[in-house]
Design a protein around this ligand. Structure first.
Ligand code: SER
Length: 329
């Protein structure tokens, strides 16, 4: 089900992390919905895609330097921030200090700008990484144990608490979901534990083989990018009065293991060969849930995913296959 058409006054949006995996697809979707001139893309490196570069305003921001955020908010009269700039789980284990700095100080800066300038709304994603080894792993409840063992997870739990604090203490309307692993065909992710589920498509199409860094039976919650974008926009457009939570909605679409993903891809590429050589990311994956109870999101703002494993795989292979044929992979 597509999003309902947008009517009303358009928000003035800033997207941080616009060059990242989610930002590079969320930004064009927001531009289409609210008008290109109303959506400022921001990153700390040059956007590689012409759509991001030329499809609307682009600015450089370093989220750890508050003045760079303030300058853009001021210049474009921003009232809504989608704060996507972050260091992911595996990259965070390689450099925990940087992960803390970007994920926590970056978020704090965004929230302070939102408080001082009385912005209308802020989106800040959390993640399945907020959970830890003591969390029930199947159908993980909304309210449960949050004792992550990765720095990324620590920053996500801290972020959820900080966002809720800003809502209750200062009235900043901050919203967020706990994203599962996101699969997409545009910008490859960087530094995550669920990234195998994207890499495998590139390798399957180019070389018909893949060496997976997780064990074949490691089940994790996942979601296809169109659903990720739909969920994000739906939550941001929901009536505040309907929300029983703010920055920590569980969100799910489907779960699978590497072996199950390989079996589904093999329906299209029968001679795909996959080997398994788990590395340090296995331990991270083993501390995360296998499936998620997202009934609060379904109840409060009508969340429902469109894609399952089979339709996601078919669409990924079609999109990436086309790019490969055009020599763009
Ligand atoms: N996809 C993220 C990661 O693997 C989880 O939020 O780090």
């Amino acid at each position: 089900m597509a999003l309902k058409a947008f009517t009303g006054k358009s928000p003035r949006i800033l997207v941080t992390g616009a060059v990242g995996q989610i930002g590079s697809e969320l930004t064009p979707a927001l531009r289409q919905r609210y008008g290109a001139e109303n959506v400022v893309a921001a990153g700390h490196k040059k956007p590689p895609s012409p759509e991001l570069r030329d499809g609307g305003p682009f600015e450089f921001i370093d989220v750890t330097r508050r003045e760079t955020i303030e300058a853009v908010v001021e210049k474009y009269n921003i009232d809504t921030i989608y704060h996507l700039a972050a260091i992911l789980s595996a990259a965070g284990e390689k450099n925990p200090q940087l992960a803390w700095d970007v994920n926590i100080n970056g978020l704090y800066n965004v929230l302070e700008v939102a408080r001082e300038r009385k912005l209308a709304r802020v989106f800040c994603p959390s993640s399945i990484a907020a959970f830890g080894p003591e969390t029930p792993r199947d159908n993980t409840p909304q309210e449960t144990v949050l004792r992550p063992r990765t720095m990324y997870g620590v920053t996500k739990v801290t972020g959820e608490l900080l966002c809720d604090y800003y809502f209750y203490r200062f009235g900043v309307d901050v919203r967020g979901v706990r994203y599962p692993g996101i699969i997409s065909s545009e910008t490859p992710p960087g530094g995550g534990t669920t990234d195998y589920a994207v890499e495998i498509f590139y390798e399957a199409i180019k070389h018909k083989r893949y060496n997976c860094f997780l064990r074949e039976d490691t089940v994790l919650p996942m979601m296809y990018m169109p659903d990720c974008i739909k969920a994000t926009i739906q939550l941001m457009e929901a009536d505040l009065s309907r929300l029983t939570r703010h920055s920590d909605y569980n969100l799910a679409a489907f779960s699978f293991s590497p072996a199950e993903l390989v079996a589904e891809i093999k329906k299209h590429i029968p001679d795909l060969a996959c080997t398994y050589n788990p590395d340090f990311r296995q331990q991270i994956a083993d501390s995360w849930p296998r499936s998620i109870d997202d009934s609060a999101a379904r109840r409060d703002w009508g969340w429902k995913p469109d894609y399952d494993l089979a339709s996601m795989v078919a669409d990924m292979l079609e999109k990436l296959g086309k790019k490969h044929a055009e020599g763009k992979l």
